[in-house]
Design a protein around this ligand. Structure first.
Ligand code: SAM
Length: 426
């Protein structure tokens, strides 16, 4: 495909998302199915362009004086991808392109409106209603944090110590451009690809098939690391989903003790079995809701119950930029109700003296500190225990919670709190 056709395709995908409310992955899939002539480079170009447009929809719309899919796509090319105005004009005017530039578009490409005059939610690319929530959670940094959240994300890898060591694993992932990510020895990073470039297909390398590494955001790896030393322990991953944290916890356990993976959605656990086998995990039991009462008998028995709670995912908007435009105040309120319920349910399984770890990939205090406060208020037998894991100090709040944000930590946004159950049982 020539560039003009690729631009037109990205505009078509964004229009489908706007008018039919499709998630971006589905809109891209539908376009791809109808575009058999498109090669892998074309697909990477179109998806990169559509995702970048979603990341900076409001700020680029402001700069271009046009927040339609076409206006924002032209804005990405000129202001993010740094194409010259002539190159944009040439591509737009090609056969199968989105149509020649208007005089107003040429003018805005050459002299965009200044973001210094834009309201904070426009400059920071988020919905107006989120302003007080983000200002509360991120304080004076919130402009820089939202700018970082509108960037492309790197690909982070976790070396799996059940199958290899950091040295051998590190050499294997160096072949796909990964370098140590910092914070954890086992974390490696492939920088985000630029403009129309593709991320290397990490799952195609032999070391991946051998289970030597997992693809996992550094923030998610650090959230799992808040568990500290857990060799030989009884651990329940209460919201295990596809198993990202389960596998990280299992690696820390070194196949000693027992890890149970549970989720209220049985379909989400299906992948966890396969992933656990590839990763060499031998102490994993899947507790699926298909079994009726999957956790019966574990009440009050676990050393650690890990709750990777359902949340707005506001910390992951670099990877899922369409989700930030779908989030509504109603959904935020609904997630909080679910979080209170899930914490209360999970707490039944913590043994006296054991720990509950509450994690979200949200930046919002309403889903984080507020939920922990509400839980300990209703459960007097539990109290917050400041996280004390070596190497994580710089990412802790004064209360001892983990708070990761894209600008400060270079990760997805994550929150974690350790809550201890008192050892006295009346
Ligand atoms: C953030 S995701 C988990 C991601 C997963 N831990 C990982 O690292 O890949 C939250 C999960 O919570 C599950 N969930 C929602 N409500 C639940 C409940 N009441 N009990 C258990 N799991 C629940 C969802 O099905 C979803 O898989």
């Amino acid at each position: 495909m020539r560039d003009g056709g690729r631009l037109a395709a990205a505009i078509e995908v964004l229009t489908e998302i706007e008018t039919r409310h499709f998630p971006v992955r589905m809109a891209l899939k539908r376009w791809g199915e109808g575009a058999r002539y498109a090669g892998s480079k074309d697909r990477a170009f179109v998806s990169g362009l559509a995702l970048d447009a979603l990341r900076r929809k409001r700020s680029l719309g402001w700069m271009m004086g046009d927040d339609s899919p076409r206006g924002v796509v032209l804005g990405v090319l000129a202001h993010d991808w740094k194409w010259s105005a002539d190159r944009v004009a040439e591509a737009a005017g090609e056969d199968h392109g989105p149509g020649a530039l208007t005089d107003a578009e040429r003018e805005r490409l050459a002299a965009p409106r200044s973001l210094a005059d834009a309201p904070a939610p426009v400059a920071g690319d988020y919905a107006d209603w989120l302003q007080p929530h983000l200002a509360r959670a991120l304080g004076a940094d919130h402009g820089a944090e939202m700018a970082a959240l509108a960037e492309r994300a790197p690909v982070d890898l976790r070396i799996n110590l059940l199958k290899t060591d950091v040295e051998r694993g590190g050499k294997a992932v160096a072949l796909i451009g990964a370098e140590p990510a910092g914070v954890l020895d086992t974390a490696f990073r492939i920088p985000a690809p630029g403009a129309a470039d593709r991320t290397p297909s990490v799952e195609a390398v032999p070391a991946f098939s051998k289970g030597w590494f997992e693809v996992q955001d550094l923030g998610s790896q650090i959230a799992a690391a808040t568990a500290g030393p857990i060799k030989g322990k009884q651990v329940l991953d209460f919201c295990a989903g596809g198993g990202g944290k389960t596998l990280a916890l299992a690696a820390a356990m070194g196949n000693s003790g027992q890890i149970y993976a549970h989720d209220s959605d049985a379909r989400r656990l299906a992948d966890t079995i396969r992933r656990g086998q590839r990763a060499g995990v031998r102490n994993l039991q899947i507790r699926s809701p298909i079994e009726g009462e999957p956790l019966k008998g574990l009440e009050g028995k676990l050393d650690l119950v890990f709750v990777d709670a359902p949340c707005t995912g506001s910390g992951t908007w670099r990877r899922h930029p369409d989700a930030k435009w779908r989030l509504s105040p109603d959904q935020l309120a609904k997630r909080q109700i679910e979080q209170d319920a899930v914490l209360a349910d999970a707490s039944d399984f913590v043994k006296p003296g054991g720990r509950l770890i509450y994690v979200t990939c949200s930046l919002l205090a309403e889903e984080n500190e507020d939920r922990v406060a509400a839980f300990v208020e209703r459960h007097p037998g539990f109290s917050v225990k400041p996280i004390a894991v070596a190497g994580l100090e710089q990412h802790l709040t004064p209360e001892g919670y983990l708070r990761l944000t894209p600008h400060r930590a270079g990760t997805d946004g994550f929150f974690a709190a350790v809550i201890e159950r008192g050892s006295y049982v009346p």
